[in-house]
Every structure is written in C-alpha cells, then in structure tokens.
Design a binder for this molecule. Sequence first.
Ligand code: RUB
Length: 300
Amino acid sequence: MDKTAQRIVRDIKSLKIQGARNIARAAVDALAAESFSFRGSSRNAYLSALLVAADELAAARATEPMLRNYLRYILNYVQRDEGASVGELKSLVASLQKSIYRDMEKSKTAIVEYGASLLRSGHTYMTHCHSSTVTGIFTEAFDDGKDFSVIACETRPLYQGVRTAKELASHGIPTTLIVDSAAHSFIRHCDAVFVGADAVTASGNLVNKIGTSGIAHFAHSFEIPFYSAAEMHKFDYLTKWGMLEPIEQRSPDEILKESKKMKNLKIANPAFDVTPADYITAYITEKGIIPPQSIMLLAK
Ligand code: RUB
C-alpha cells in the first residue's frame, strides 16, 4: 500500500483523525493517494491495489458507514468504466475526490444552517463527544448573534468532549464542561441536546459515541428535544437488509493501562452505542430536519 495511505490508516486507527466526517474525508484522500502512486498499466493490478486499500481503510473503523459509502462510490465508478486505461481511471479517481469534497462541504453548510435555525437566545444546550457538524451549528448560531450556552460532557475515556468545550469557549460561547456522570443532573437545565452521528440505521436508530443513548434517555424523560446532526451518507444501507451496525471495541488501555497484568479483571470498551429512534426528535440532515421514521424514505 502507498505510504500516505498507510499513514492515514494508522492515523484513523489511533484516533489521530476522529469524527465520522474527518475519517471519511481522510479515507477518500487515502484511496486517491493509492490511485495516484500506482505504477504500471495493468487495469486489473490497479483495481486490486484500490480494493486492498479500500478493505484496509474500511476495517480501520468498524462503525463508519460514511467512510464505507464514499469508498464504495469511488470503486463503483472505477469498476464500471471497463474500457478505460489506468491513466484515465487515475484522472477519474482524482475528479471523484474533488466532487466528494464539494458534496461534503455543501451538505455540511446545509446542516449547519438548518441546525442553527433551531437555536434560541437565552437557551442552554447539551452536547456529547466532538462532532465537527455540531460545533459548526453552535458557532454559526453564535456568529448570527444568538446568545446561548452549552454544556459539554467530557466523554471518557478519550475526552473528545474536552476538545468540544475548548473549541466552543475559544469561539466566545459560554461553555460548561461536566463529567459524563453529571449529565443527568445538568440535563434538566437544558433546552435541547445536539449530538453528531456515526451511523444511522434503517429503523432510524442512531449510532454515536458511547454515552449518547443514556443522554437521549434522560432527555426523553424530561421531554427535552434531542437532535442528531447527520449527513445522509451516514445512513448504513446494509441495515435495510437486517444487518446490525457493528460496534467498534477499543483497547482496554484507554481505560486502565495496567489491566493486562491483573487477574480476574476484564475491561469492556465499546466506542459507540445505539440510541433508539423513539428518543430522537429529529435528524438534522442536508435534506432538512426530518423525523427518524422518515430517514429510510429519504436515503437514496
Ligand atoms: C466521534 C463521534 C461524533 C461523530 C460525528 O467519535 O461520535 O459524534 O463521529 O462527528 P470518535 P462529525 O471521536 O470516536 O471518532 O459530525 O464530525 O462527523
């Protein structure tokens, strides 16, 4: 595999690159790098190099349909063009990479606009983990002159919520950072919850950072609206056929370094959990703000 592609796989695995959008974009870059660095004129050898790289990238993070959808999109185009030379296929991949960038930017702009329209001055919002889409919504609304505050859960074990809190606070948004276990105590002071999405399933369920489903449960019991900002590319088409979204299990070392030396101690570290559609007020997508029950109708 190409060196740049290998580095991107490592960075995705080690969470140097984090968040579904960033991961998907990096995976597209890796596949484009693999394509660009291919030497030779055999179409079959070129295709196998792309397929091997795509497999490695897809395996880097189990719970990321956006990554898989974009890789599949590129491979479909490349495989369909049966008469094309390797040179032509390389140009095709480069132009698909650019059109994916445009597509991602366009959908993020639309989601941010729809999401920001839900925010009100004087309100307080809770968020969990680090979603580039949700921070985009908050900063856009703030820049529009809305005066609100945010409560960010720190998101153990890797504290992506601390990143969110720092980002929002340095943008000027009044932000309170809390430990995950304080979510229940603080949610009653919130007007809505905004989280990102790693995957959306055919039944409208949300797969997002571990801890999301607990917060959704609290929000439901206090009748507080719960929104997830999710591009349609986060929809996992395989769930239409009954496949369950795989949940990535992370290293025990993220929780306790010395655990391997201890007898009778097992560490469980799932990276994501599933929030039932019933707890979700709506998904904020590039197609509008839609109830979870409609997601499958709108996913192409
Ligand atoms: C990140 C996470 C984010 C989603 C959405 O988990 O759960 O909420 O990926 O992010 P991790 P975005 O830090 O383990 O990758 O809106 O940026 O796609």
